[in-house]
Design a protein around this ligand. Sequence first.
Ligand SMILES: [Zn+2]
Length: 294
Amino acid sequence: MLVNMKYLLDNANRDGYAVMAVNSVNMEMARAVIEAASEEHSPIIVQMGKGQMAKLAHPDDILPMIIAMAERADVPICLNLDHGPDFETEVDAIHRGFTNVMIDASSLPYEENVRRTRMIVDLAHAKGISVEAELGHVGQAADGDGKTSDMYTNVEQAKDFVARTGIDALAVAIGTAHGKYPAGYVPKLDFDRLAELKAALKMPLVLHGGSGSGEENIRKAVAGGINKINVCTDAFHAAEIAMKEKWEKEPGTDYLNIMMTAEAAIKKFVKEYIRMIGSNDRYIFEFADNGSKE
Ligand SMILES: [Zn+2]
């Protein structure tokens, strides 16, 4: 079923696990992600950004399909606009049936971030749609962002931001960055800051730039109070490697087989990731066999 993100993340926050948010740019990816979640009895977030919708995930085509797939599923699924950059994109997403929108005004001055975020919260909440915003700034790995603490989320400012905007989830900057890190580089996350943020806010926190952070960092982040992990580069990479191997093993294999290989690889990757962050088996009845026979 299709639900808003507040529902998913409040449960994750209460029970101490994280939900994957996978940037899904075509039918095969969305289907792989939703099937993986269903097989793991896990909630999941299907998301896409403005640039991805402009390039491949054309919203007129893909959104009705994803919404139908989500409605049919036996686990809760959220459809999230990732990094909404402007008013038009946010309103368009609300009209199109996204059940959560992220407003990213994190590169603007603080008061402007508050003002824009508050406005989107007013619009979205009126329609039962939840809102994620970002404070501090998660930059681009390719630019070397995340290596200095200049842009990290400030705890006192975060308390003020949440109180004044009414957001449902906060993306925090604690040392990760978007995209691919240089080969061999593993980001160092500020777990002390995460602990302070969680203690002060007690609300769902979001980690962007999760790809390439390494399993140890991800597990520690979830234990420290992260409830949503954005995954884009790592999911693409799982498909890219599988397609390349398929082509090398069977040169001349056809489009159908390549696409099926990509879908299967993403599904496997998502299932493993779900188990790593502990959202598996959250929606399953297990009847204990007490040996009684009627
Ligand atoms: Zn992001």
